[in-house]
Design a protein around this ligand. Structure first.
Ligand SMILES: NC(=O)c1ccc[n+]([C@@H]2O[C@H](COP(=O)([O-])OP(=O)(O)OC[C@H]3O[C@@H](n4cnc5c(N)ncnc54)[C@H](OP(=O)(O)O)[C@@H]3O)[C@@H](O)[C@H]2O)c1
Length: 262
């Protein structure tokens, strides 16, 4: 897809990965609606990228917030070409320790919001000569990892949604794409997650690596892109022989439990 001249709505634009995605897309000539909750950060990003971009301040966990983003897209003078569902929250901890309300909120932001935004915006995307929906998943959308149970559930769901919708729309002009970053240096990962990644030897990417991946995905022909070779290999192994990783992860349980409750 040629990106110059396209219009996109990007959720989670105020976050670590979202800001890098916004910079890369704006640099490629895409006009953006920068969506998030943090009005100050979004305004600063808009000042940096240029006044032709717009801001939509909205809490995607609520119907009113999602309606505000949909309204901003509907008001675009030249229509909408790209929906990038990037907003998300992490939750490191033991599943049994989580509050039910936090689990509900995580699923609302990471899974319900992308599904409902996509559903509401498809009619608008259909009017574009070529369009794309990109769902930002995770390496943990293909590999269930202790300590991230609800997060994994949300990203497995998002991957399944992306795959099914891509196949449902395969003979049309809307591409439905899945981008799966591995651990990335953003505020999503608190000091416990950083310490766990170091202890487990997990590589951590800069957000700009995810932005490179997004541009490659949009410009290329493939439908899904997982970042990081070992992570992609583990995802494949887990899909082919799910039991192969059980013993290794079980050995890491004491460490994961210790960090989760630290
Ligand atoms: N960081 C990683 O290691 C990693 C790895 C794989 C995948 N990912 C995925 O990458 C995406 C971006 O994460 P990140 O690392 O950039 O995290 P981040 O820096 O914490 O940013 C999260 C973004 O999501 C937005 N958001 C959170 N709750 C929201 C809500 N209720 N309504 C609207 N927006 C909301 C935040 O907006 P406000 O700040 O304005 O509230 C922020 O812009 C997520 O989908 C995440 O699952 C991250």
């Amino acid at each position: 897809m040629e990106l110059s001249g396209k219009t996109a709505v990007l959720t989670g634009a105020s976050g670590g990965i979202g800001t890098a995605l916004a910079r890369a897309l704006a640099g490629a000539g895409v006009e953006l609606i920068l969506a998030g909750r943090d009005a100050t950060r979004l305004a600063a990003l808009r000042r940096e990228l240029g006044e032709r971009h717009r801001v939509a301040v909205a809490d995607l966990a609520t119907g009113a917030g999602r309606a505000a983003v949909i309204k901003a897209c509907t008001a675009l003078p030249h229509g909408l070409d790209l929906l990038i569902n990037n907003a998300g929250v992490g939750a490191f901890g033991l599943f049994e320790d989580a509050e039910a309300a936090d689990l509900e909120r995580l699923l609302a932001i990471n899974l319900t919001a992308p599904v409902l935004l996509t559903h509401a915006l498809l009619p608008l995307l259909r009017r574009a000569p070529e369009a794309a929906v990109v769902n930002v998943g995770s390496a943990f959308g293909a590999l269930g990892h202790p300590g991230f149970t609800a997060y994994c559930a949300s990203k497995f769901g998002l991957r399944g949604f992306t795959e099914a919708l891509a196949r449902e729309l395969a003979d049309g002009k809307i591409r439905v794409l899945y981008l799966a970053p591995r651990a990335t240096a953003t505020a999503m990962n608190d000091s416990r997650v950083e310490a766990l990644n170091t202890a487990l030897g997990h590589a951590v990417d800069p957000p700009e690596a995810v932005a490179d991946g997004l541009l490659r995905l949009l410009r290329g022909r493939r439908r899904r892109l997982g970042l990081g070779r070992p992570e992609a290999l583990f995802a494949r192994l887990n899909a082919l022989v799910p039991g192969a990783l059980d013993a290794g992860l079980a050995r890491q349980l004491p460490l994961i439990r210790r960090f989760a409750r630290s």
